[in-house]
Design a protein around this ligand. Structure first.
Ligand SMILES: [Mg+2]
Length: 359
């Protein structure tokens, strides 16, 4: 079997908040969609995302790398990966890895269709349902009164886990930060898991000082409490706090995870399939975390991560942040705090032609 066709498209989606009817943030979220065709008639789809001013550069990167895949056997994924890496010896920087992720995901979709199995089964098939948490509904730039009501609404809609953010924008201080967590916790009780993302906005001293005051609210995790590659600083925070610390979404490729794990920097390893280099690399990172006796969780792209987090024995929960959902005709929906693994071959996804328009 050989890859014969490659099509790419940039798809713009509104930056709205459907999970708890939150405010729409100005601007759009731009995704790069990829479709491979083969001489066997099997198609595979993938996508990637930068989320900034380089969306068109990423579209070009995916288009040019996809061209290099023509004539290759789509089941020889590591062979194709090696060829693409060799084609851009200045890598493995950000845009190359993001582009290669779209390709790797599409190759896994083909593999699933060839073997008539969902990607989740090919990747390990550990369980058929997986926990999921609501993300994006309790953002730091949303007003406090909205966030408190939205947290209760998410619970009433069946979510058993949800994530908020601290390191508030503008004029903030520790008392205001802690009060926000207290009010959200009060709205949902202690039976609902609550995560909190800092997005690297604290220094190590702040993370320990504020984190200790957050400990009594028994968060499920505190995420990206400081700069993502300050492995020693992260380890100091992880040691100091009772609350588990999660980190990893900002790391590219697999090697930084080795450094993070060796430094015992975190309690929970977060992996983004788009920044890891695709499904192949995601699974390698999950294996490294397993060897360190640590669970893994996902970042963005729940349509893909439902396959991966469910597949591995140390998969903990899937971030349900539906930014990319509208790219597809149909996506997995959370029910009673869980996602059921799709059983169609491959990823079980089809682009919505109204949203993704290949030239
Ligand atoms: Mg995060």
């Amino acid at each position: 079997m050989k890859i014969t066709h490659a099509s790419t498209a940039l798809a713009s989606l509104p930056h709205d908040e459907p999970l708890a009817d939150g405010p729409t943030t100005p601007g759009s979220k731009n995704f790069i969609a990829l479709k491979f065709g083969t001489d066997a008639g099997v198609e595979g789809i993938g996508f990637t995302f930068f989320g900034g001013s380089l969306d068109r550069a990423l579209l070009t990167a995916v288009t040019d790398l996809a061209e290099l895949c023509k004539g290759e056997d789509p089941l020889r994924i590591e062979h194709i990966t090696a060829k693409l890496r060799a084609s851009s010896p200045g890598g493995p920087g950000g845009i190359l890895t993001l582009a290669m992720s779209a390709i790797d995901i599409a190759l896994w979709d083909i593999k699933g269709k060839v073997y008539n199995q969902p990607v989740a089964t090919l990747a390990g098939g550990h369980r058929n349902t997986v926990d999921t948490y609501a993300s994006g509904a309790l953002m730091r730039h949303f007003p406090l009164d909205h966030v408190v009501k939205a947290a209760a609404l998410l619970k009433s809609r069946g979510f058993r886990q949800m994530k908020t953010q601290l390191a508030l924008p503008g004029d903030t201080h520790q008392v205001k930060e802690i009060e926000r967590i207290r009010l959200i916790r009060e709205a949902i009780g202690y039976e609902t898991d609550l995560m909190c993302d800092i997005n690297q906005r604290w220094d190590v001293r702040q993370a320990i000082a504020i984190g200790k005051q957050v400990d009594p609210y028994r968060l499920f995790w505190l995420e990206d409490v400081t700069t993502c590659d300050d492995y020693a600083g992260l380890a100091a925070i992880t040691q100091a706090l009772d609350t588990p610390v999660a980190c990893g979404e900002y790391l590219y490729g697999i090697a930084p995870f080795r450094q993070m794990l060796e430094a015992r920097s975190v309690d929970i390893v977060m992996i983004d399939v788009l920044r890891a280099g695709g499904i192949t690399q995601w699974l390698k990172i999950a294996g490294m975390a397993e060897a360190f006796n640590l669970p893994v969780v996902s970042h963005l792209a729940p349509e893909i991560h439902v396959h991966l987090v469910s597949a591995v024995p140390n998969g903990l929960t899937v971030e349900y942040m539906p930014w990319s959902s509208r790219l597809f005709r149909e996506v997995v929906q959370p029910k009673d705090g869980k996602l059921t693994v799709p059983q169609k071959p491959g990823l079980g996804l089809e682009f919505d032609p109204k949203v993704v328009q290949f030239k």
